[in-house]
Design a protein around this ligand. Structure first.
Ligand code: G3P
Length: 218
């Protein structure tokens, strides 16, 4: 399973990259705003900065909601760097935009997906990635992980190339469950990735190994 980090924070992206397990980055307008990145020029520069840190797919989201606007924005974004993936919302004109970019060989990430039907449409339209929002489904008392399992089954039935990119991953257990369900990619915060390495028995075991070494070598 590929690990993407879901942030626009350059320090966190650098830290995940330095760990050696990072495959890509996803951003969205909220994450950009959280880092205080505003204005088209600054946003574009920020995508370039991210691409300079990580050699993997970097999702950059369009703001338009009409077909022409999404195409205009998406073409500018795609021309920035070969690793840019144009992020398109799951709406009527978004489906048309996914098909347009797919026909042109431009990679896309269909975002704001909350149902199997939406994921099926995204695959039919040729999306490179589909982003079901696991955490936000959990927030409304619906098991987000069940949606990942459902999409996996549907995509496998018809051998769709679209990759499942589990998004709105909030914590470490989400990552484990995504891996069990066969998600192609998960995107989450650095804290969820770092949580994978923690186990008290590892800490206790290491402490004992080091203490025993000290005893034998003092
Ligand atoms: O990738 C989508 C993600 O940024 C949404 O996460 O935590 O705002 O639901 P969250």
């Amino acid at each position: 399973m590929k690990f993407f980090i879901d942030t626009a924070n350059l320090e966190q992206i650098k830290e995940a990259e330095a760990l050696g397990v990072l495959d890509g980055v996803t951003t969205n307008p909220s994450l950009m705003a959280k880092e205080g990145i505003t204005g088209q020029e600054n946003i574009i520069q920020h995508y370039l900065d991210i691409c300079a840190i990580v050699d993997g797919p970097v999702s950059a989201e369009v703001i338009s909601t009409d077909f022409e606007g999404m195409i205009r924005e998406g073409e500018v974004l795609a021309a920035l760097h070969p690793n840019i993936v144009v992020k398109i919302p799951m709406i009527h004109d978004g489906i048309k935009a996914l098909r347009y970019f797919s026909n042109k060989g431009i990679k896309t990430n269909c975002t704001l997906v909350f149902s199997a039907g939406q994921a099926l449409l995204a695959a039919k339209a040729g999306a490179t990635y589909v982003s079901p929002f696991v955490g936000r489904l959990d927030d409304v008392s619906t098991d987000g992980m069940e949606l990942i399992e459902q999409i996996r089954l549907i995509y496998d039935n018809y051998m769709y190339d679209t990759q499942i990119l589990a998004a709105s991953v909030r914590h470490t257990m989400h990552i484990i469950k995504c891996a069990e369900a066969g998600s192609d990619v998960m995107t989450g915060p650095l804290s969820a990735i770092l949580g994978l390495l923690k186990h008290p028995l590892t800490d206790i075991g290491l402490e004992k190994f080091l203490a025993d070494y000290k005893k034998g070598n003092s």
